[in-house]
Design a protein around this ligand. Structure first.
Ligand code: G3H
Ligand code: 13P
Ligand code: ZN
Length: 339
């Protein structure tokens, strides 16, 4: 089937009480890993590309790789999503490239670093919603700012400043009503990258109770958790065993995400865990077989390592088993529904 609007997947997930992992991609092997895991578990698929990913892979390559994924797996619904669009222009260019969903991250200004005002956020989000919905494309927005600046994206907030930018549930309620977004990313203490927490996070830093409060106020808006990598200790150890130098670090426990899924979280963004899996596998081949130089000798194990992580998440988030049950819905059908 053609790529589907993300809204269709999130509506189905809400109806049946599961979450859908949204996995970042930059190249063919990452797309293949996700599709391998999805095929094995019969899962609906959200593939997402950041601005950096689009520029690294080039839009045309990415578009054709995604079309290849859909062609090879016709029974699985696949949504292609722009991760952290920094401006309406970025979102519109993604739509032109065939993305079926966009994130207008108006929580930050176009520089991707400076926290925006509420009014600025509403303005850009509404602009994107108007155009995207007229084409049947899904819109994710963000209210509140994630902590950290790990991958160059983010306000670099820590400590009290990060706490001050957590999502305010009353503001989230108003924002969803004023923008008409399909999905809403909320800031609950997570950040992008591998260095989220210095010890196993408790409720003082990872505020799952905030998710529950937001869901109480917004029972019909799909919530999104960014920065949701779990940073498995075994992957950090694998990297370090084969020459890496990663300090002790902790991510978001899968059980916390599962609690979120019971309270309205429908999209869970995971990138870092896959990066760790890929790097660990490649380091292992390099260390154990320094004589090898065929890229396939290390890309194949790295592809399998990422597929294993994605498979685990698809099962843990509850999307496994639903792939062929999501009603096939086109952008045109969504367009009519928005009208
Ligand atoms: O937004 C965070 C994702 O991990 C994408 O990261 O901007 O380095 O591609 P990136
Ligand atoms: P992680 O860095 O925790 O994988 O988060 C990815 C993300 O939120 C992409 O938008
Ligand atoms: Zn994110």
């Amino acid at each position: 089937m053609p790529l589907v609007p993300m809204r269709v997947l999130l509506d189905h997930a809400a109806e049946h009480g599961y979450g859908v992992g949204a996995f970042n991609v930059n190249n063919m092997e990452q797309i293949q890993s996700i599709m391998q895991a999805a095929a094995e578990t019969n899962s609906p698929v959200i593939v997402q590309a950041s601005r950096g990913a689009r520029s690294y892979s080039q839009d045309n390559y990415l578009r054709h790789l995604m079309l290849a994924a859909a062609e090879l797996h016709p029974h699985l619904p696949i949504a292609m999503h722009q991760d952290h669009g920094n401006s309406p222009a970025t979102c519109f260019s993604a739509i032109e490239q065939g993305f079926t969903s966009v994130m207008m991250d108006g929580s930050l200004l176009e520089d991707g670093k400076t926290p925006a005002t509420y009014e600025q956020n509403v303005k850009v989000t509404r602009e994107v919603v108007a155009k995207a919905h007229s084409l049947g494309v899904t819109v994710e927005a963000e209210i509140g700012c994630l902590g950290g600046i790990e991958d160059g994206h983010g306000a670099g907030l820590t400590g009290d400043a990060a706490l001050a930018h957590l999502t305010d549930p009353a503001e989230a309620e108003r924002f969803a009503a004023e923008t008409g977004c399909d999905a809403l990313a909320v800031a609950i203490g997570t950040s992008h990258g591998a260095y989220k927490f210095t010890k196993k996070p408790g409720g003082d830093v990872l505020k799952m109770d905030l998710i529950e409060e937001i869901h109480r106020r917004l029972p019909n808006t799909h919530l999104v958790m960014h920065g949701s990598s779990s940073v498995p200790q075994e992957l950090v150890e694998l990297i370090n065993r084969y020459g890496g130098k990663m300090p002790e670090t902790y991510g978001v426990p899968v059980e916390a995400i599962q609690r979120g899924i019971r309270h309205g979280v429908r999209k869970i963004n995971v990138d870092t865990d896959n990066r760790l899996a890929i790097t660990g596998a490649i380091r292992k081949v390099f260390a154990e077989h320094p004589e090898k130089f065929d890229p396939r000798d290390y890309l194949k194990p790295s592809r399998d390592a990422m597929a294993a992580v994605v498979r685990d998440r698809m099962i843990a988030f509850g999307q496994a088993g639903w792939g062929d049950k999501v009603p096939a819905t086109t952008l045109d059908e969504m367009k009519a529904r928005y009208r």
